[in-house]
Design a protein around this ligand. Structure first.
Ligand SMILES: Nc1ncnc2c1ncn2[C@@H]1O[C@H](COP(=O)(O)OP(=O)(O)OP(=O)(O)O)[C@@H](O)[C@H]1O
Ligand SMILES: [Mg+2]
Length: 247
């Protein structure tokens, strides 16, 4: 079943006189529960495509549909609702809030989507939020850094806070832009293991991981290679578990 459907998607950026075609007629279909590796060189359009799927940017033409929601034509109000409800994003440059410590950054993100308490009401200051935030910081190996502010964390630690923040939302769609870029091998692989565990039959979450590292491609059920804003390759394969990857 097609979950994400991208048709003839085009994005141009204009900076003064210069025009850049970041996406040039992308067609792509992704099933629910797939783990997709979006691979390609710097400037290929990976972040731009991810932003379109996440409803963070608007195309010039073409369409993005997610679970039959016409993401590329939603009004601002519905776009915000879509992002909150369905999507978790690990940004390439982290986007952590500098005035909040690691724990608060994650609590804030969970707060934005709300957490359902057992009586069905949305509770905002609950223990559940703190527990979830702590749980995911521990999962990424930052149990001892919860009260550090972003400026007091290394690049790789900030990256892991940003990963924990996206995971803690337990989103239907996880979009991760170079999530292992600043991590050493061991931690990078354990992060990929967490993302892998989100997909598959039981979880049924859809994960798209952007990377320029070819060693990560075997992890994908599907590999999409972008080149100059176009899909140069798109194939499915029997994935290799993250624990068996080396780089
Ligand atoms: N806001 C913008 N204004 C103008 N040009 C942009 C903008 N964002 C991206 N571009 C251009 O669009 C092209 C695609 O950029 P994009 O960030 O999607 O590449 P990428 O594949 O994510 O690269 P990297 O691996 O370096 O992150 C690049 O040529 C870039 O310079
Ligand atoms: Mg990028």
């Amino acid at each position: 079943m097609t979950f994400i459907k991208i048709s003839n998607l085009t994005k141009e950026y204009s900076l003064g006189e210069t025009k850049t075609v970041a996406l040039n007629g992308i067609d792509l279909q992704i099933d629910r529960g797939e783990l997709v590796i979006l691979y390609g060189p710097s400037g290929a359009g990976k972040t731009t495509l991810l932003n379109m799927i996440g409803g963070l940017d608007i195309p010039n033409s073409g369409s993005v549909t997610v679970d039959e929601i016409p993401v590329s034509t939603l009004s601002a109000k519905w776009l915000t609702a879509y992002r909150k409800k369905k999507v978790g994003v690990v940004f390439q440059f982290f986007n952590l809030l500098s005035r909040m410590n690691a724990l608060e950054n994650i609590e804030y993100a969970i707060d934005l989507i709300g957490v359902k308490s057992t009586d069905g009401k949305t509770s905002f200051k609950s223990k559940i939020i703190r527990q979830k935030a702590q749980e995911y910081l521990e999962k990424v190996g930052l149990g001892d850094r919860m009260h550090h502010f972003p400026a007091q964390l290394s690049g790789g630690e900030q990256q892991r806070v940003s990963i924990a923040r996206a995971l803690a939302k337990e989103p239907e769609i996880l979009l991760a832009d170079e999530p292992t870029g600043n991590l050493d091998f061991q931690i990078g692989r354990s992060v990929l293991e967490i993302m892998e565990a989100m997909t598959g039959k039981e979880q049924n979450r859809t994960v798209i991981i952007v990377t320029h590292n070819p060693a990560i491609c075997p992890l994908g059920d599907r590999v999409v290679r972008l080149s100059d804003g176009k899909v140069a390759e798109n194939y499915t394969q029997k994935f290799t578990p993250a624990k068996d990857l080396y780089w």
